[in-house]
Design a protein around this ligand. Structure first.
Ligand code: IPM
Ligand code: MG
Length: 353
């Protein structure tokens, strides 16, 4: 293949982990005879500082012209505690999602045996947990009508049948390719939007007789994820519930720094770690690059380059097994590797494979 990649490194640790992702992408392309070219573009706080817009038109164009976007992280503390700020880095992320039509956010929750002891849950509960959360990403309260004055404020959880159908289809199809178990998460006992979700899902069930479909209220799902995370195979839910449940999911694996994601939809797909920009670690060479590197694996898999993805996953696992780890996951007394060193080790592994 000839990959054209838009690289959006963003803020905080973004540029450091982005570099490792790009190096891994290049190494894998060289190994498998793919061509690859990169176009860097600004977003987030860096873009606000440069041009006053967290997702400038040039960046949007770079994304539209690419086959895939390798995204890192946005966010800067100078905006966090200022509710009056007119423009925020996160708006860049939301604008990217909306403009690229990225309605399906795929967030795998998988455990690595060697990190299970880091989970806040008992090992016997979390061992073997392996599910995918499919989060609707361009609708709901994030984008519905909003209002705010000094006395009242609201956000509207607006969904159309078309928006619901297309994301449920992604859910059913993922379930079909995995363990054939789909859990539709909603709040149909209270919310009209959820009742439409449930109605549409029930109508679609008959087209997927091979998939066992169940329905769970979001509060119950939050509890079940802690009590029995192995219950889930594929979970599909609306934007806000998905935001909350995927943070919960990432932390039960013991390794938020290891989880990648893919966002797909109408235009160029985006691959990014699920963690944020960790501004306190900026420039310290301590951020874990593995979520970014695994996002590159998801990128290859999206283009049906299975062996390429598998090699990256193998390299990541080998680095963990060899204790080549960033400080937050290093075993007690073990040598601490930096962002660059972990990335370089993985590139070297790929070159030798
Ligand atoms: C996420 C993040 C974003 C979201 C923020 C940064 C706007 O939390 O990707 O989960 O709420 O969607
Ligand atoms: Mg979130």
């Amino acid at each position: 293949m000839d990959f054209k990649i838009a690289v959006l490194a963003g803020d905080g640790i973004g540029p450091e982990i982005s570099k490792q992702g790009v190096d891994v992408m290049s190494a894998v392309c060289a190994k498998f005879g793919h061509k690859v070219s990169y176009k860097e573009a600004i977003c987030g706080a860096a873009a606000i500082d440069a041009v006053g817009d967290p997702f400038p038109e040039d960046t949007f164009q770079a994304c539209m012209e690419a086959d895939a976007v390798l995204f890192s992280a946005v966010g800067d503390p100078k905006f966090d505690n200022d509710p009056t700020a007119k423009v925020r880095p996160e708006q860049g992320l939301l604008a990217m999602r909306k403009k690229l039509g990225l309605f399906a956010n795929i967030r795998p929750v998988e455990t690595f045996d060697c990190l299970i002891h880091k989970s806040p849950l008992r090992e016997d509960l979390v061992r073997g947990a392996d599910f995918i959360c499919i989060r609707e990403l361009t609708g709901g309260m994030y984008f519905g009508e909003k209002y705010q004055d000094n006395d009242k404020a609201y956000d509207t959880n607006y969904y159309t049948r078309g928006e619901i159908e297309r994301i449920l289809k992604v859910g059913f199809e993922y379930a079909r390719r995995r363990g054939r178990h789909l859990t539709v998460v909603d709040k149909a006992n209270v919310l009209a939007s959820s009742r439409l979700w449930r109605q549409v899902a029930q109508e679609m069930e008959s087209s997927y007789p091979d998939v066992r479909t169940d329905y769970m209220y979001v509060d119950n799902a939050a509890m079940r994820m802690i009590q029995e995370p192995t219950f889930f195979d594929v979970m599909v839910t609306e934007n806000t519930f998905g935001d909350i449940l995927t943070d919960e999911g990432s932390c039960i694996t013991g390794s938020m720094g290891l989880l990648p994601s893919a966002s797909t939809g109408e235009h160029t797909p985006v691959f990014e770690p699920i963690h944020g920009s960790w501004p306190q670690a900026k420039g310290l060479n301590i951020a874990n690059p593995l979520a970014q590197i695994l996002s590159v694996a998801m990128l290859f898999e999206y283009f049906d380059c299975k062996e390429e993805g598998a090699l990256i996953r193998k390299a990541v696992k080998a680095s963990l097994d060899a204790n080549v780890r960033t400080p937050e996951i290093q075993v007690e007394g073990g040598a601490k590797y930096g962002t660059k060193e972990v990335g370089a080790w993985i590139v070297d592994y790929i070159n030798r494979a």
